[in-house]
Design a protein around this ligand. Structure first.
Ligand code: 13P
Length: 255
């Protein structure tokens, strides 16, 4: 049984003080929710302070990216080793905004996934098609290509340690989420691909979460799909009450 995982990706929002204030509020709100795992991805500069603020609570912290080298002369970059040392447990890798705006390639993603695992971070690997690709019937080809290249160095026993985030690019920040049917179809395709590469036993252990305009009003229908194991939430995670609503409505048993 895969415990639902809800991740808030704050992108380039919130000061360190705002971030700490929010995670403290969130820890209080979720203290009695034991059947959903909760992660917040603040900016790099807030990682240390938020990780300290949530210590011994159920809320965990994610970085939004990492560089694959452990240390060295790489001005402006942050390594998995540094991220892990400040109390962070997860890292988002290959978000479509990084792929589109910062020239991140499948090869970069592959190296970052390995670096994350090396430094005991759980990678949240983002994949997904653009609107053009969907409309020209290429969705499954794109997902297959991204899985094959991004996870090329992963061993079967490592699959359970990573999270795949299916984020159709056309659904991000647009208010237009994938329908529950579209999400179900993509997630089931992703799991079948994982099963054919790593075996069924490993594939059923991997969390596949959905991202793209997730809101309190649509989470229940999305999470009700058998292969949707949680959500990667952007805009709606910026306000603690809305994010808490999403978490509360993600409990599979209550759907
Ligand atoms: P929105 O929830 O704002 O569409 O963002 C999704 C996303 O990019 C999460 O990583």
């Amino acid at each position: 049984m895969r415990t639902p995982l809800i991740v808030g990706n704050w992108k380039m929002y919130k000061t360190v003080d705002e971030a700490v204030h929010y995670v403290k509020d969130l820890c209080n709100l979720v203290k009695n929710i034991n059947d959903v795992n909760v992660v917040i991805a603040p900016t790099f500069i807030a990682l240390h302070a938020t990780a300290k603020a949530v210590r011994n609570n159920k809320v965990k912290i994610a970085a939004q990216d990492l560089y694959w080298k452990a240390e060295g002369a790489f001005t402006g970059e942050i390594s998995g080793a540094l991220i892990h040392a400040c109390g962070t447990q997860y890292v988002i890798i290959g978000h479509s905004e990084r792929r589109a705006m910062f020239a991140e390639t499948d090869t970069h993603v592959r190296k970052k996934v390995t670096a994350a695992l090396t430094h005991s971070l759980t990678p949240i690997v983002c994949i997904g098609e653009t609107l053009d690709q969907r409309e020209s019937g290429k969705t499954f080809d794109i997902l297959d290509h991204q899985i094959a290249t991004n996870l090329a160095d992963i061993k079967t026993e490592q699959l359970a340690q990573l999270v795949i985030a299916y984020e159709p690019v056309w659904a991000i920040g647009t208010g237009k989420n994938a329908t529950p049917m579209q999400a179900a179809e993509a997630h089931s395709h992703i799991r079948s691909h994982l099963a054919s590469t790593f075996g069924k036993e490993a594939a059923v252990q991997c969390h596949i979460i959905y991202g793209g305009s997730v809101k309190p009003k649509n989470i229940q229908e999305l999470i009700a799909q058998p292969d949707v194991d949680g959500a990667l939430v952007g805009g709606a995670s910026l306000e603690v009450q809305a994010f808490f609503e999403i978490i509360s409505r993600s409990r599979k048993a209550t759907v």
